[in-house]
Design a protein around this ligand. Sequence first.
Ligand SMILES: Cc1cc2nc3c(=O)[nH]c(=O)nc-3n(C[C@H](O)[C@H](O)[C@H](O)COP(=O)(O)O)c2cc1C
Length: 362
Amino acid sequence: MSRAYSLLFQGVFRRMDPERAHELAFSLIERAGTVPVLRDVVQGALAPYLGQRAGGPGSVRVFGRVVPAPFGLAGGFDKNARAVRGLTMLGFGFVEIGTVTAHPQPGNEKPRMWRELDVRGVRNRMGFNNEGAAAAAERLRALRSTAAGRAIVVGANIGKSKVTPPQDAPADYATSARLLAPWADYLVVNVSSPNTPGLRDLQATESLRPILEAVRVAADEATAAGTAGSRRVPLLVKIAPDLADEDVDAVADLVLELGLDGVVAVNTTIGHDRGPGGLSGPPLLGRGLEVVARLRERLGTGPVIIGVGGITRADDVRAYLRAGADLTQGYTSFVYEGPFWASDINRALTRSAGSTASGRYE
Ligand SMILES: Cc1cc2nc3c(=O)[nH]c(=O)nc-3n(C[C@H](O)[C@H](O)[C@H](O)COP(=O)(O)O)c2cc1C
């Protein structure tokens, strides 16, 4: 953590309500990416820190794109696709927006986000507060209308609307997929948030199969030949660290059976006694690595694995890559490490580019 950010964190952010601090930091990042004058200033100031280029050392060929660096931003930070450019300027190799739901929704009542300072973690029960898939799709459409916006690798993470009963989940996910597929480099079906009642039950393969099938059809229809984003959009599923090993295997088998493109592992854990919501940050690292290694063993080299959970430094990313991940993401340590966190990690990785289990590394 830089000394300046350490002082800012101790003196200002730590004293603020965590969600307010997030909103403040978020609006600065959003503006740095959208206001042209600010963008030039910030890009100029960050230039010495940002070495990675698509095709340069450390870049990864995946999803039919070259991802400039293997460490990206995890779902939940930019739920409405407002700050994709600003986040990329901070050095994330790619950005996953969402979770987005078909219907706009306010999320759970506040407070719903807590710092767990002793473990440098966060606990949250946000409940997919977001402006809905149509709003996010419109922002991604605008992003893709510029060359700089098209160059960014963006995933879209979709979840079930709270008002939708479980039996209607496939159609609800399909609505979001149809809207977002034309503008996304990959889609993630999130069935692992602990904060929408019953959502994690959708990880059971008999519930998951119809959802993934409906999303595949909707994405294909939305990106058919002759449409704006004509191509086959890769489809991944995001799973919880709390699944039993046999259930991780069952998801992997379903990925192979349905010809899915990969898995994002892992979401927050409910395996703690700190209060309501899912815990994230360093306590997740061990189980995250275990789940990724298990998935890679079961999946073989084909499907993409995005490893997430407890990454604080470049060595943690290296551990995920060794376990079999192709790409990695983080969220919680951004809060504690500050604005140079992603670029520090990706620069360290670029200097020591190696190989992953699947050989997609440049
Ligand atoms: C405040 C907060 C909100 C989150 N919201 C989402 C979300 O909307 N969708 C999702 O798939 N994951 C969400 N996550 C989980 C992260 O994407 C990630 O899987 C998890 O935090 C583990 O990574 P980390 O230890 O680097 O934070 C959220 C995490 C946090 C801390």
